[in-house]
Design a protein around this ligand. Structure first.
Ligand code: ADP
Length: 299
């Protein structure tokens, strides 16, 4: 379990993270989605004790990260896959982690298998690794101590679609065994593919949260009829909100079945009845990205 409560992190008079409260639950992959500069890394750095909070709290497994003894055995962290020294081999990086945590060399070989790095690749220096290979190595490192919590900043960056599918399956089975995963991305389609729960952050604030199904649920109902006067009257008396769409249809804030039943009860003929387009999250995200781009351009 990961919890933040009213978390604030300021740099001078700039507020990078503003009053952020959330919980990432065991057994779930929680996606932390926001455009570049939204405050994802800062939140994760506070969660992992690398940056102090200005105010509020951040705990992992009920404690501030710094109070965890041998933290790698409890929390796997991947914050910046490029941060390792280019002259080291992949296997050396993993051996150092294993030694720090008091684990045997065979754990390193096992983790390389889990993330699909061959022994030959393990002997190559990181300077020759692709970003995707670095992400796999970073994940092996994070999983090394068999932790109950994973905190991963942009782990899918640099992975191709097959790599993203692989990560979904790895993290999905980790969560199925009771693990907690908090994973960030600036790409909606990555989060859609990998996460069960979604937190959306923009300009340092949480702007939406929910399960993937809730946030991506089709948005209302689109209906078309030659008897639009009768239908709009029936919708109004039933207390269902609607708007008239550009092409002469209606967009109703209700489930298609409810609209269909209402139409049938009022003997209204329908020429079209379907779930509304699922643009809620995508539109919100595009707006956030655009507002962030403006903020960056102005800076
Ligand atoms: P994200 O991970 O969502 O891309 P960050 O958490 O890295 O966003 O950054 C959030 C904001 O905080 C950005 O505007 C960034 O420039 C600013 N920021 C991050 N770290 C520092 C720092 N050490 N000093 C000043 N500003 C910072």
């Amino acid at each position: 379990m990961i919890t933040t409560q009213n978390l604030v992190r300021r740099y001078g008079d700039f507020t990078a993270v503003n009053n952020v409260s959330f919980t990432a639950e065991p057994g779930r992959v929680t996606g932390f989605l926001g455009p570049n500069g939204a405050g994802k890394s800062t939140t994760m750095r506070v969660l992992t004790g690398l940056t102090p909070a200005t105010s509020g709290s951040a705990t992992v497994l009920g404690k501030p990260f710094k109070e965890l003894v041998n933290p790698g055995r409890h929390v796997g962290v991947l914050l910046d896959a490029s941060a390792q020294h280019n002259g080291r081999t992949g296997r050396e990086v993993l051996m150092i982690s294993a030694k720090t945590m008091g684990l045997p060399a065979k754990r390193v070989d096992h983790m390389m298998d889990v993330v699909g790095l061959t022994q030959k690749e393990g002997k190559r220096r990181l300077g020759n690794y692709s970003l995707g290979m670095r992400q796999r190595l970073g994940l092996a490192n994070a999983l090394m101590g068999d932790p109950r919590v994973l905190i991963l900043d942009e782990p899918a960056n640099g992975l191709d679609p097959a790599g993203i599918r692989w990560m979904r399956s790895l993290l999905g089975s980790y969560a199925d065994q009771g693990g907690t995963v908090l994973l960030s991305s600036h790409l909606l389609n990555e989060i859609e593919r990998i996460a069960d729960d979604i937190l959306v952050i923009g300009n340092g604030e949480i702007v939406a949260r929910g399960t993937k199904e809730e946030l991506l649920r089709p948005n209302g109902t689109v209906v078309k009829t030659p008897n639009s006067d009768v239908l709009t009257e029936a919708l109004t008396s039933a207390g269902l909100a609607f708007t008239v769409t550009g092409d002469g249809g209606l967009h109703v804030e209700a489930e298609p079945t409810d609209v269909g039943v209402l139409a049938a009860n009022n003997r209204v003929v329908l020429s079209e009845l379907r779930p509304g387009d699922n643009q809620g999250l995508e539109e919100m995200f595009l707006n956030l990205t655009a507002s962030n781009a403006r903020t960056e351009a102005a800076a």
